[in-house]
Design a protein. Structure first.
Length: 164
């Protein structure tokens, strides 16, 4: 199966959420392929301009000559956001578009800005493949992992399914 950016994000956020989406218990608009296709079209149309794109629930705020940039308002789930960017960098690379990733965290009411630069390399690509395999193994389980109440559950599309 094809691992999407949303699946990889959910894998780091909550294994149950990842299983539910992977098994098509989809309570959300899952149109990532369309968004990725549109994003690639935009990039190819005008490589030199900053382009604001949205690939489902991760906002790719800008594409510049060198970077695919995402800006987040909190550093919650940074790992999930990083791996989602790594997946998108790989998808772009496979389409012949080589970019670096930049994840910027600008918290509300704070001057501090954290920036993470992500450069695709052989090691990351290998780790990505391993994570994709782990996600496939998880999704192939007959039953989902048990709910694990955590910060973010109340905003999750599966909240009622898990707890009500
Ligand atoms: S509500 Fe919580 S436990 Fe259930 S899928 Fe969502 S994040 Fe996971």
């Amino acid at each position: 199966m094809k691992v999407t950016g949303t699946l990889i994000n959910y894998y780091f956020h909550c294994k149950r959420q990842c299983w539910l989406l992977g098994n098509r218990l989809n309570l959300e608009d899952n149109s990532e392929d369309v968004h990725i296709g549109r994003a690639i079209h935009e990039i190819k149309k005008d490589e030199s301009k900053n382009t604001e794109i949205s690939i489902e629930n991760v906002k790719i705020d800008k594409i510049t000559d060198d970077y695919l940039i995402e800006i987040k308002k909190s550093d919650a789930d940074i790992e999930a956001a990083k791996w989602q960017i790594i997946l998108y960098l790989k998808i772009l690379k496979d389409k012949g578009i080589e970019k670096k990733g930049k994840l910027q965290v600008i918290e509300n009411n704070k001057e501090d800005k954290k920036t993470f630069v992500i450069e695709l390399n052989d090691k990351l690509e290998l780790e990505l493949t391993n994570i994709e395999n782990q996600i496939c193994d998880l999704i192939n389980l007959d039953t989902p992992p048990s709910p694990d109440l955590k910060k973010g559950c109340k905003k999750c599309a599966y909240y009622e399914y898990c707890y009500v």
